[in-house]
Ligand binder design. Structure first.
Ligand code: WTA
Length: 655
């Protein structure tokens, strides 16, 4: 590696430490290490004490039953999630407090108090019941970022139905796969979503997804955009018509803590998305506790988690965690730079948002558009900042701290996954000294280690695999209908521990530094995309014989996808082909999975056992050191890939 003065400078700056500002500590819920130390001594006792803060219809008999790899939290306990997020607050002064403050992209505003939200959820729960939805049934939700999305989720939880929310950017094919896997008979959608001033035709995509399939019997359509959409008689009903005639109250179903609350599909290393299944009690305890302590949630906060609810961050930190705490959340429908790159900052100023939780990719995009946009607004209402989704580069961290936080707000860099349900590695803003680029320490009651392939802890500052060594309450229960795959993917790589698939190191203070995915999952703009998934989409095109997809560094998205394709014999290369293949991937998965570059090649390099050498391709594409190649059966392979890359890239096609 060439060490330039810039590198040295960077290394020095990364040793920078940011102590907790005194004014912040003074009012923080957690001000020292006592909570952390107590939880370390007795994790189950810690979680049980936190669980007591929720409303239980029946108390649990046992905090944890751990039969590796299956954990049952709060065994025997009964509770209802919507009751905890709503009814509980109606019996308190929070009754008329704002639960959701919403802003549409065109500028409309709606605020729903806890009481109003409760009313909507009750009605919609009765709508679902009226269509025959019963406890344990799966309801698919494919909606834009409007309050009806959390209303639909909470309504499911009220009657014990399991929701499966699909991000509004996914294609018809992705919806079809997920509906089939979940065997879901009811789907909730909207006529269209609105983004960057354009209509996103959600209902049309749903129609395409469901054509020729008998699984979904009822489609409920919320009118968001007010456009004309075909309504299929017997199958499609308008939300507002059903809600208008639904009963006003619906008793919350007493669910077992171990009953599933939702499924959320996520990319893995194979072509098939995994239905990550989360529990009712453990999940709620996990997200309620982490929301409270990490975001230091107080009654006068307005908390804005910018994630779309289609991803886990929106589930846990826009909906369930904050509402379980009776917090006020802000929710925004549209694009960050619409109509101007200062949209976010103007909403923060207007609404006096106090806590902002976003992703490094967004921060980098704002850095690029320039300081003048945040500078136009008074951001002094902010008191705490958070990030999630990928490692944050120290430069972006410092920009966030200075330009958005005015140098006054602590930053919580929170590490977690769809599977973990809740944040596992993070600073506590009133007690943890932070270092730009490090997610710092485990949350109280959580145990993590960095190990080698034999499960042995690696020395300080040496890279290894991040594993979680004890069960935690919001951990996934299983992969829906596939416990074998659950065991294999997460609990068999380093026996006895949960395998995260992330590389990490710990420093001399025991702080964790995340180094990105070590498997074939690429983090594009904070969204996990399985290379295999994109490869199978590419080879499903009639002209493509084989495909290899890797990630390469991208200044804003963190990583971008690059695809290498081998065409079928007789197919001529053409300048239009890349575009055609990009369209094809968009239709198969969605815009987030479209490779930036597509190279046509005669072969893709493989190991002797026939596996595509993605790791080597990826490393060379990124201009990185290729690291340990001993697992490659053929050491000459590296050279071969190098030669191959030169050939391919010399031959750069139209993309
Ligand atoms: C990455 C998102 C570094 C990581 C909540 C993980 C991070 C994957 C961080 C999960 C962070 C998330 N620092 N990397 N603070 N947060 N990641 O399932 O690679 O969409 O495995 O969940 O994002 O992505 P997922």
């Amino acid at each position: 590696m060439v060490v330039s003065s810039a590198t040295i400078d960077n290394l020095l700056r990364e040793r920078e430490q940011y102590p907790v500002p005194d004014v912040f500590r003074e009012h923080a819920l957690v001000r020292d290490d006592r909570l952390w130390e107590g939880a370390e001594r007795d994790p189950e006792g810690f979680w049980a004490a936190e669980a007591e803060k929720l409303h239980w219809i029946k108390h649990w008999d046992k905090v944890l039953e751990w039969n590796l790899p299956f954990a049952k939290w709060f065994v025997g306990g009964r509770l209802n999630v919507s009751e905890n997020c709503l009814d509980r607050h109606l019996r308190s002064p929070r009754r008329n407090k704002v639960a959701i403050q919403w802003e549409g992209e065109p500028g409309e505003r709606r605020s729903l108090t806890y009481h109003q939200l409760w009313r909507e959820v009750n009605r919609f729960a009765n709508v679902l019941k009226g269509l025959g939805v019963r406890r344990g049934d799966r309801v698919t939700i494919y909606m834009p970022m409007v309050p009806e999305l959390p209303i639909a989720m909470l309504a499911c939880s009220r009657i014990g139905a399991i929701h499966s929310v699909i991000f509004g950017g996914f294609s018809a094919q992705s919806i079809k796969d997920r509906v089939e896997d979940a065997d879901s008979h009811v789907l909730v959608t909207a006529d269209a979503g609105i983004r960057r001033g354009n209509l996103i035709p959600l209902k049309q995509t749903v129609d395409e997804a469901l054509s020729g399939s008998e699984i979904v019997q009822h489609v409920i359509v919320y009118r968001r955009a007010g456009i004309d959409v075909p309504m299929y008689p017997g199958r499609d009903r308008w939300w507002h018509e059903l809600a208008a005639v639904a009963d006003r109250t619906c008793d919350p179903e007493p669910m077992l803590a171990t009953d599933p609350l939702f499924i959320l599909y996520t990319s893995g290393t194979t072509g098939r998305p995994k239905g990550i299944q989360h529990s009712t009690g453990g999940y709620l305890v996990g997200v309620a506790t982490t929301s409270r302590y990490i975001f230091d949630l107080k009654d006068d906060d307005l908390f804005w988690c910018t994630a779309d609810i289609g991803w886990v961050t929106g589930h846990s930190y826009l909906v369930y965690g904050p509402l379980a705490n009776g917090a006020s959340v802000f929710m925004y429908e549209g694009a960050p730079d619409w109509p101007q790159p200062d949209r976010w900052w103007s909403m923060i100023e207007e609404n006096q948002i106090t806590i902002l939780y976003t992703a490094p990719t967004a921060i980098r995009a704002f850095m690029r558009s320039g300081e003048e946009f945040p500078k136009r607004h008074d951001l002094s209402s902010l008191r705490l900042l958070g990030t999630v989704g990928e490692p944050i580069n120290p430069e972006a961290w410092r920009w966030y701290h200075r330009t958005i936080g005015g140098g006054r707000c602590p930053i919580v860099d929170t590490w977690w996954q769809t599977e973990t349900g809740m944040i596992l590695i993070t600073p506590l803003p009133g007690s943890t000294m932070t270092k730009p680029g490090s997610a710092t320490r485990t949350f109280p009651g959580v145990s993590a280690e960095v190990v080698d392939e034999h499960g042995r802890p690696v020395p300080v500052n040496k890279g290894g695999y991040l594993v979680i060594t004890k069960p935690w309450p919001a951990m996934l229960q299983t992969i829906f209908k596939d416990p074998g795959r659950y065991n294999e993917v997460y609990w068999s790589k380093v026996p006895g521990t949960y395998f995260t698939g992330d590389g990490a190191r710990t420093d001399e203070d025991g702080y964790f530094w995340l180094m990105g995915r070590i498997d074939d999952v690429i983090n594009v703009a904070g969204h996990r995309i399985g290379t295999m998934e994109v490869e199978s989409a590419l080879v499903s095109h009639p002209k493509v014989a084989e495909a290899a997809v890797v990630g390469k560094p991208h200044p804003i998205k963190g990583q971008a996808l690059v695809a290498y394709v081998v065409l079928k014999t007789g197919v001529a290369r053409s300048s239009e082909l890349s575009k055609e293949l990009q369209r094809h991937v968009r239709a198969a998965i969605g815009a987030i999975a479209v490779p930036d570059d597509i190279f046509v090649t005669d072969k893709v390099p493989k190991t002797r056992s026939g596996k595509i050498m993605r790791r080597v391709i990826r490393a060379l594409v990124s201009g990185q050191d290729i690291g340990d190649t001993t697992t490659l059966e053929d050491a000459g392979a590296v050279e071969e890939v190098r030669r191959w890359l030169k050939e391919v890239e010399g031959d750069r096609p139209s993309a």
